[in-house]
Design a protein around this ligand. Structure first.
Ligand code: CO8
Length: 297
């Protein structure tokens, strides 16, 4: 089966994800804009589409199933912010690889966090770079989109999925709760009962169930996903960037009225789980590859 990278290369010619920096020779402004960009370690970026107006970001920690460590999120926020302020870019795509879009927050990184650490550092504040983006962001999800990975997809404006994608909020298995919008955005997408089932069981749902629930707008064969997502971004790119931005703001208003209070509430509870023994046990058990022994404390 073709990888995301080979499919993109096939579709779009040279220079796709070849370098950590973008250097499409056909777009002088872009080269100029990104000539001073940092060399990314956890993501790859490129500019794609026949008009070179689609910013493509690939999460690139395949060995950790694209677990969302802080350095990855800092880079992702920077790439999104840069594409957002580049006038030649109409829409942005975030994707992973065939096995994982992202398997969640990096459990190993946050395993020893305390409640005070989270509050002091404003844990997850980098996520705001994604929600502050004025341009449309499309998630192209193949493989696992779990925990923070599912939340990242939901932060995007449209989710397209490959038919083997799996979505879930399995934080309950490791003694915590979703901390980047899962408890607030998921019910808005799929309704309370289904959201409760997903959050309280930690069970995964497949791409077709996710489409039926309204979480995903379309499902494609794995090897067609990126091609179709680029087509969608190009179609959006045929419209006025200003009106696209306003339309995005307006649709978001439907979701975001009252969302802020919910997110603040969610964050305080998420942080609070780091004061519990069960959260520590859950993450430690994951890292030690054993079943957790929860004590209800
Ligand atoms: N964090 C850190 N490492 C991970 C993660 C993760 N979330 N997921 C997978 N990995 C690592 C594994 O530890 C393993 O590393 P190693 O080879 O060094 O042992 C490697 O990726 C491959 O994983 P597996 O061997 O487990 O692969 P499998 O195919 O057997 O299983 C699964 C795939 C089912 C996806 C499994 O890896 C899994 O259950 N992962 C954890 C999923 C999870 O619980 N996600 C939620 C995390 S908590 C969270 O997201 C809180 C959100 C808070 C806000 C967001 C902040 C960014």
């Amino acid at each position: 089966m073709a990888s995301v990278r080979s499919v993109t290369r096939f579709l779009l010619g040279k220079n796709i994800f070849n370098n950590n920096l973008v250097a499409p020779t056909s777009n002088a402004n872009f080269v100029k804009f990104y000539s001073a960009a940092p060399a990314y370690e956890n993501i790859k970026i490129d500019v794609v589409g026949s008009k070179k107006n689609v910013g493509l970001i690939q999460l690139n920690r395949p060995k950790a199933l694209n677990a969302l460590c802080k350095p990855l999120f800092v880079e992702l926020g920077k790439a999104v912010t840069d594409f957002d302020s580049d006038n030649s870019i109409s829409a942005i795509i975030i994707t992973g690889n065939e096995k994982a879009f992202a398997a969640g927050a990096d459990i190993k990184e946050m395993q020893n966090n305390t409640y005070s650490d989270n509050v002091r550092a404003g844990f997850l504040r980098e996520w705001e770079d994604i929600s502050n983006c004025g341009k449309p962001i499309i998630a192209a999800v193949n493989g696992f989109a779990l925990g923070g990975g599912c939340e990242l997809a939901m932060l995007c404006d449209i989710i397209y999925a490959g038919e083997k994608a799996k979505f879930g909020q399995p934080e309950i298995n490791i003694g915590t709760i979703p901390g980047a919008g899962g408890t607030q955005r998921l019910p808005r997408y799929v309704g309370k009962s289904k959201a409760m089932e997903i959050v309280l069981t930690g069970n995964f749902i497949d791409a077709y169930e996710a489409e039926k629930m309204g979480l995903v707008s379309r499902v494609f064969p794995v090897e067609k996903l990126l091609e179709e997502t680029i087509k969608l971004a190009e179609r959006i790119g045929t419209h006025s960037p200003l009106i696209v931005k306003l339309a995005k703001q307006a649709v978001n208003q439907a979701y975001e009225t009252q969302l802020k209070a919910g997110l603040q509430f969610e964050k305080s509870i998420f942080y609070g789980t780091f004061a519990t023994a069960d959260r520590r046990e859950g993450m430690t058990a994951f890292v030690e590859k054993r079943s957790p022994n929860f004590k209800n404390e």
